[in-house]
Design a protein around this ligand. Sequence first.
Ligand code: PA5
Length: 428
Amino acid sequence: MLETQGIRLDVSAAEKFLAPGAVDALADQVRTVATELENGQGPGAEYLGWLGLPGSITEDDLAAMQASGDRARSAEVYVVVGIGGSYLGARAVLEALGGTAAGCPEIVFAGTGLCSATLDRVLRKIEGRDFRVCVISKSGTTLEPAVAFRLLRAELEKRYGLDGAAERITAVTDKSRGALRELADKQGYETFVIPDDVGGRFSVLTPVGLVPLAAAGLDIRALVRGAADMAIACTGTELRENPAHLYAATRHLLYKKGFNTEVMSTFTADLQMIQEWWKQLFGESEGKGGQGIFPASTVFTTDLHSLGQYVQDGRRELQETFLCVRNVVGSITVPDDPADLDGLNYLAGRSLDDINWKAFEGTRQAHLDGGVPCTSLEIERVTPEVVGALLYMFEKAVAVSGRLLGVNPFDQPGVETYKKEMFRRLGK
Ligand code: PA5
C-alpha cells in the first residue's frame, strides 16, 4: 500500500495476476519514459505544459481567477459553456466537492452536446434569473459550445444590451487564435488564456477548470496546492514510491496480458464525473494506432444490480480500479425498529458509509475471485487538496502509460474523422 497526499494506492491484488516480479522488472522502462517526459522529449513534447503547471501557477494568476469568481456572485446562474477537455474537469471537481458553496450562483453546463432538449432545459433555467456566461474553447470553433454560446449571448444582449452582455461574459480561450478570441477582443469580454502547451484533457488546472470553480466558490488555491504536492511525489524515481508510475506500470502489464478494458468503479456517486474526466483523459490519450486500454466506469452499488453481472462473470478481459472514499460527508445511520419486519435490525446504529465500505470490500473480493485484477485507490476524505492530487496523479500516469504503449499520449487525431463526415453532411 502506497499512501501519497491522502490517496492510498494498492496494487497488491492486481499483481497476483502478473508473473512474480513483473512490476519491478518494468521499473527501468518506466524511469526512461518518465525522464523523457521531465526532459521535454518524445512524441507530443510540445504539449507538456501540464507537467509543471501546478507549481508554476502564480499568485497573480490565482488572484485574477478568484476575482472573476467573486464578481460572478452577483448572478443567480453561472452558465459554463464548453465540451470535452473544456468542460469535464470543472464539472468533475465541482461534483466531487459536493457542488456550489453557499452564496454562489447555481452552476449550469451548456454546449456539452447537440441535444436540443438539453439546451432547452438550460434556457429555461435562466428564464427570469440574472445570469452570466463563461465560455471555454481552446480552438474557439468547436460546434457544440459555439452553438450554445450564440444562443446565450443573444439572450444576454436582448436583456442587457451589448455592453451589459459584455460585462457578463468571460471567455477562456487561446491567447491569439480562433473565432472566440476574435469575438472576445471585439466585444471587450473578460478573457483568460489557455496555454498553448496544455491540451484540453490536461487543462483542468488552467483557467479552463479554475475560473468556473472559483465562480462556484470552491477553494482553487487548495486544489492547486494538492496537485503541486502530488507533482513532487510523482517525480520520484523509485517505482514503488511513485503512485503515478506504479499505477501506470500495473495497468500496462495487465493490458499486455489481455486485460484490455479498465473499469473504474466507485461507491461514491459524487465521483461519477471524476470517472467521466478520467475516461476522456485515458481514452483520448491511449486509444490510437489500434492500441489502448478501453476506459469504462461503474457506480456501485447501483451498477452491481446491472453491470455487476458482467464484471463478475462476463469475458475475462477486465481490470478494475476502485476509487473509494472512506469518510463521506453524509451522516446517516440505520434506525432501530422494534418490529424489525424488514429484518434490518442487524444493521441498526451502523452508518451508511460503513455499510457502503463493507460493500466495497465484499465486491473487490468477489471480483478478484471471479478473475478480475483489482487495483484500489482509497481516499480518507474528499477535500480540494486530495482532488487536485488525484487529478495530477492520473495525468502523470496516463503520460507514462501512453509512452509505455508507444503512442503519443498528447494528440487525438481520431476525433477529426467524424467531424469531416458530419460537416460534409451539414454543408460546411
Ligand atoms: O481533449 C481535447 O482536446 C478535446 O476534448 C477538446 O477539449 C474538446 O474537443 C473541446 O475543444 P475546444 O476547447 O477547442 O473547444
